[in-house]
Structures are given as C-alpha cells and as structure tokens.
Ligand binder design. Structure first.
Ligand code: ATP
Length: 337
C-alpha cells in the first residue's frame, strides 16, 4: 500500500511555556502514525532578535502555503511594545471564527461535572483592532468596530456548527443596553441569521449576567456567540469551570486557513520548569487532526488523554497532580499503546 502523504503544518512553538508544551504535543502527534512535515518558526520577541521582524515573511508564506498551523502562545507586551502576534495572524489570514469547546475531562473533580459548552468568538473585529489614540494628554480614545459582514458571518458559523453537531441552543452574549449601536448591530445580525435556523433555540443574554449565570448554572447554555473581547474574557471563565487554562483548546478558523492554539497565554510564571500542562495544546492538536480528516488518530489521542485523566496517576500540578510536562506526555504515549 502506498504510504499516505505527509501533512505540511506550520509550527510556532512560541514563548514562555510554549516550547515545552509544543514539544510534548509534537511527540504525541508523531506517535499516531500520521505523517507530518513541520515547518518550524519563531514569532514575536524571539523572531525579532533573529530576523529583525516580529513575524518573519517566511512564516506568513508558510501558513499561506500550508493552510494549517499549530501554535504555542506568543507573549504580548502589556501597555506598549509590539502588536499582539496572535491578533496580527488572525487578521492577516482573516481567521474570523475562534472556536473553543469547553468540556470536563474524566477524573477531574470540578464544581460542575458534565459541562459541555461551545464558545464561538468573533476573531477579527471589536476592540481588538487596537485603534487607540491620545486625543490630548490624559484623554485616550479606543475604537470598537463592529460590522454587519463580520457579525453575520460569525453568527452563521455558530448556527451552522450547532445544526451540524446536533446542538440545541445559541445565545448571543452582549452589552447592547450600553453599546447600543455596536452590540445592537451584532444582535440584529444574529437575529437575522437565527431566522434561518428555526430548529435551534436562539436567546440573548447580557454579558455581566451571563458571567454570573455561567458560574451558578452552566448547564443552561449550549453554544455561546460572542464579540471578540467578550469571547476572550468568557473563555477564561469557562476554562475555570472545567479545571483551568491548562485544559481548554482553541481553533482560529477562516475560509482558507486554520491556526490551532490553546486558550492560555505564555504563563511566564511557570515557564522553563517542565511543569506546564500540555493538555490544552494537545486538545487543540486533536481539533487539528479532525480538520485534516485524520479522525482515527484524533480519536486515539483523545481516548489516551481521557485514560490518563481517569487514572489520575500522572497529572500535572495545575490539576492536582505532581507530574511534569514530559512525564505527562509519556503517560499519554503509553495509553496510546
Ligand atoms: P494572555 O493574556 O496571554 O491570554 P492569560 O491571561 O490567558 O494570558 P496565561 O499566561 O495563560 O494568562 O496564564 C494565566 C495563569 O494560568 C498562569 O499564571 C499559569 O499559572 C496558569 N496556566 C496557564 N496555562 C497553563 C498551563 N498550560 N499549565 C498550567 N498552568 C497554566
């Protein structure tokens, strides 16, 4: 039988805990038998030191060619410095949908068992355009941009995903009582899209109330549709519901390209110590395998991950264990058989 063709994937290990969790995940992916050709690139401060560019031209070209990237977190300086690499890549490749499934893993005790939420976050607009300027000293304006096109396509993504995967409800999460025009437009577009999906319940909740509702009873929600900044914040809240940032995966999806990355950032407080949890990036890699139509490998990795959690013997510190990053990866590899 002819050997299957290797998937060419752009790999960005990133900063902080990025290289450690990426290395663990690449080891596991390579053990699936699926063939990968990794095109590895630095980005952010590290890339600037080597190439004099935060995102080297060759990295853009690689993503453009391959259409798929696996990315560790890249640190963004706070309050100054260069523009977020994550945001720049999402804009450049028009990765308009940020998809984050939130689910419990077996063996992990949390306040709410059996959480099953989908977060669909608009990924290219809102406050994330970074349009800020100083009007006069002491007064700064930040511009939030919401468009009919952007709002409609993300709403369509949420409803189409919900229908395809047999989900029952979509809630738009907003602050249209205060942001009457911008969030108002987002809601209008979502309502219009919802009309085409009479089989799916459509609801609207205000963001602050939603945060309280999520921690009091997350089961009332199914698929959450949010603007960029609200999606960023609610994602971390939802990660907390199922055991923390070390667990939750993400995918940035566009028409021609997809970048898979964990919800968490570079976590400099625990970097370089071999203690970070690679689960979030591994679950992102499982999403990537499905995107590449490698369903059997995706199932195999996911099952092994569930086995390791159910056994509770080799868990990382963030979820109550004592294992290191590489030890955890060894346990997953062993569970894969
Ligand atoms: P950003 O602003 O870049 O999105 P963030 O707010 O998501 O970052 P992180 O850098 O992800 O923040 O980390 C928040 C805290 O969560 C860290 O201090 C770290 O201790 C913990 N954390 C994040 N990711 C992991 C991980 N993979 N394993 C263990 N702990 C983690």
């Amino acid at each position: 039988m002819a050997e299957s063709k290797a998937h060419k994937v752009t790999l960005i290990p990133g900063d902080g805990i990025g290289p450690e969790v990426t290395q663990a995940v690449v080891r596991i992916l390579e053990a699936t038998g699926v063939r990968f050709e990794w095109e590895r690139f630095a980005a952010g401060a590290e890339a600037f030191e080597i190439f004099g560019e935060y995102i080297p031209a060759a990295l853009y070209q690689s993503i453009e060619r391959n259409g798929v990237a696996l990315k560790g977190p890249v640190a963004t300086p706070i309050g100054g410095g260069f523009k977020s690499i994550n945001v720049t890549l999402r804009k450049r490749f028009d990765l308009f949908a940020n998809f984050r499934p939130i689910k419990n893993l077996p063996g992990l005790e949390t306040h709410w068992p059996g959480v099953d939420l989908i977060i669909v976050r608009e990924n290219t607009e809102g406050e994330y355009l970074g349009l800020e300027h100083e009007v006069v000293p002491g007064v700064v304006e930040a511009i939030k941009v919401i468009t009919e096109k952007g709002s409609t396509r993300i709403a369509k993504f949420a409803f189409e995903y919900a229908r395809k995967h047999g989900r029952k409800k979509v809630h738009s999460i907003h602050k249209a009582n205060i942001m009457k025009l911008s969030d108002g437009l987002f809601l209008r577009c979502a309502r219009q899209v919802a009309e085409g999906f009479p089989d799916i319940f459509y609801g609207e909740h205000i963001i602050d109330n939603t945060c309280m509702q999520l921690v009091m009873n997350p089961y009332q929600y199914d698929t959450l549709l949010l603007e960029n900044l609200y999606g960023d914040i609610v994602s971390d809240l939802c990660a907390g519901l199922v055991g923390g940032l070390g667990l939750v995966p993400g995918a940035n999806l566009g028409v021609n390209c997809a970048i898979f990355e964990a919800v968490h950032g570079s976590a400099p407080d625990i970097a370089g110590k071999d203690i970070a949890n690679p689960t979030a990036l591994l679950q992102s890699a499982v999403l990537m395998l499905r995107h590449l139509n490698e369903e059997a490998a995706a199932d195999r990795v996911h099952k092994a991950l569930e086995t390791v959690y159910a056994e509770r013997k080799t868990l990382t510190r963030d979820v109550g264990g004592t294992a290191g990053t590489s030890q955890f990866a060894d346990a997953v590899l062993k569970a894969m058989g």
